[in-house]
Design a protein around this ligand. Structure first.
Ligand SMILES: Nc1ncnc2c1ncn2[C@@H]1O[C@H](COP(=O)(O)OP(=O)(O)OP(=O)(O)O)[C@@H](O)[C@H]1O
Length: 240
């Protein structure tokens, strides 16, 4: 579903990424980890069409990425909700941007599933950080994307809310699998959620190793089977 071939990117002399070759299958969840500054966000922004690679090619569903598109949703660390819009209107934003017709019923359904039934007419400032990030998750699902790009989506949340949302994402992915690229600093989150984990090495960002997780789902945080993979990843991050 996502194919990167020989992708490199530089910002005014900063060589951020070099020679990235990566494929993500239609239903595959790929986590990307690596030290701060190794190019994880840059990689995601390139796939999102928010940046154009200096070299190489990126295809989504067989067509080159040239700009943000309706079959690709992006979720960032901060929920980035529009403060003057209600929760419902925030969820419907991509529908308006891409001119997709009436999705109000679907928006209500998603908000209900996310535990936000009854909050549709509230403004973002009336919600907790975790609730706002749930709204952001609903907004990234409303356009029925084939690809979800997530850049540290839960890292600004407290530990309990973060765990809850990770498990919610696992449920969403099990119910309706998509191609996901998920950037995180949390090894535990990566092992909980991913089919494969890409470890980037820094300066310039290169693929250091790709680790297959290969454990049955649903998974639970603290499950002993996850420990061996976590240990392997810790070792790889030291040598990256
Ligand atoms: N807009 C920009 N202009 C110039 N340099 C940039 C820009 N964005 C990123 N960089 C540089 O590119 C490199 C990779 O940055 P990037 O944000 O992709 O790393 P990251 O792995 O996501 O970091 P973190 O884990 O800290 O979020 C860094 O050296 C950074 O300084």
């Amino acid at each position: 579903m996502i194919r990167l071939s020989g992708v490199s990117h530089s910002f005014d002399g900063v060589h951020a990424l070099d020679g990235i070759d990566l494929e993500v299958g239609e239903h595959e969840f790929v986590a990307v980890i690596g030290r701060s500054g190794c190019g994880k966000s840059t990689l995601l922004r390139l796939v999102a069409g928010l940046l154009t690679p200096s070299h190489g090619r990126i295809l989504v569903a067989g067509s080159p990425v040239t700009r943000p598109r309706r079959d690709v949703s992006v979720m960032f660390q901060r929920p980035a909700l529009l403060p003057w819009r209600t929760v419902l209107a925030n969820v419907l934003l991509p529908i308006e941007v891409f001119g997709l017709g009436d999705h109000r019923e679907r928006a209500h359904e998603l908000l209900e599933l996310a535990g936000l039934g009854g909050f549709e007419q509230r403004r973002p400032h009336e919600l907790s950080g975790g609730m706002q990030q749930r709204v952001s998750l609903c907004r990234s699902l409303i356009q029925s994307p084939r690809v979800m790009l997530m850049d540290e989506p839960f890292s600004a949340l407290d530990a309990i809310t973060r765990t809850e949302l990770s498990l919610e994402l696992q449920r969403v992915q099990l119910a309706q699998p998509r191609a996901v690229m998920f950037v995180t600093h949390s090894i535990d989150e990566a092992v909980l959620l991913a089919d494969r984990i890409v470890v980037l090495s820094p300066r310039p960002g290169r693929i250091h190793r790709v680790v297959e997780v290969g454990l049955a789902r649903p998974r639970a945080l603290g499950q002993v089977e996850l420990d061996a993979v976590s240990r392997e990843l810790r070792g790889l991050l030291v040598t990256a």
